[in-house]
Design a protein around this ligand. Structure first.
Ligand code: ATP
Length: 267
């Protein structure tokens, strides 16, 4: 038997407040094993973005904070690390809304993602090549200003820029939002390749549960700031209660695009 994958990230009883009054997370606990794709599901306002920002230590920017519980990255509390330190340690986040620098070219946007690591020229070239190999349309448009690209291409730039930091764990907030179905499939196929070929671990916050459960190994459903359900992607998509609330009705066993993840998750 092979050894189980180590847990990269553990949230234990995490509460998060905005200001001093709005309790957005109420004791969220879960763990993410190395090499997995984990889906964080839930309706508008359930707490998905807050969870992702808490992990990257970004809540301060919106007057939020973790008020209870712990978040541990590779066994160490993240509380003492700045968002930039966490990027250097391997956690990178693509925020909701595909933020690009509109006046910079595609390639300049990508290059801006590598600075934290202070890479050499050869490494930069290799990383750009890998990104252009994954996103051929970015190679074609590498000298175009990012502000002139389609929404889907901007999402690809945002993901590519995050990849330039050579992440261990990528947090993606609503990667499908506002994009045409074909582009969304293309982006999820790339997530699948990055996971299968490069071993990148993913935490994907998505309202589109049908879609994400086809690619994820495991899912957690947030409701009102707490984990209301969890399970393998196939189990979650078969559960009627989850299906009624999050999958728009009749439960459907999804066909995952990969074999099941071989180890236990905790919630
Ligand atoms: P969405 O998909 O709409 O972003 P979500 O599941 O990501 O939903 P969050 O954005 O994490 O949900 O919001 C969780 C709760 O925290 C909601 O009640 C929301 O109104 C509140 N909230 C989020 N950001 C702030 C903020 N900056 N100040 C005050 N309350 C906030």
């Amino acid at each position: 038997m092979t050894d189980p994958a180590p847990m990269l990230l553990r949230l234990d009883g995490v509460e998060a407040l905005y200001g001093d009054a709005i309790l957005a997370l109420r004791g969220v606990s879960f763990a993410i094993p190395q090499g997995s794709i984990v889906a964080l599901l839930g309706a508008n306002g359930a707490g998905k973005s807050t969870t992702l920002k808490a992990i990257s230590n970004l809540l301060g920017a919106t007057r939020g904070r973790v008020s209870k519980g712990t978040i541990a990255w590779q066994g160490e509390s993240t509380a003492k690390f700045s968002p930039a330190d966490l990027v250097r340690r391997g956690i990178v986040q693509v925020l909701e809304g595909r933020h690009c620098f509109p006046h910079l070219t595609v390639e300049e946007n990508l290059l801006s993602g590598g600075f934290a690591r202070r890479p050499g020229r050869r490494e930069i070239r290799a990383d750009l090549e890998r990104i252009y190999d994954l996103f051929p349309r970015l190679r074609l448009r590498r000298r175009a200003k990012a502000g002139l690209l389609s929404g889907g291409e901007q999402q690809m730039v945002a993901i590519g820029r995050a990849l330039m930091s050579r992440p261990i764990l990528m947090l993606l907030d609503e990667p499908s939002m506002g994009l045409a179905p074909m582009i969304v499939e293309e982006i999820f196929e790339i997530i699948h390749r990055l996971n299968a070929e490069d071993g990148v671990t993913f935490l994907l916050a998505e309202q589109n549960a049908h879609l994400v459960l086809r690619y994820a190994h495991h899912g957690y459903v947030l409701e009102n700031g707490h984990v209301a359900a969890s399970g393998t992607a196939v189990d979650l998509s078969r559960r009627d209660d989850v299906s009624d609330f999050y999958l728009g009705g009749a439960s459907t066993a999804t066909t995952p695009n990969h074999p099941p993840f071989p180890i236990e998750f905790v919630s």
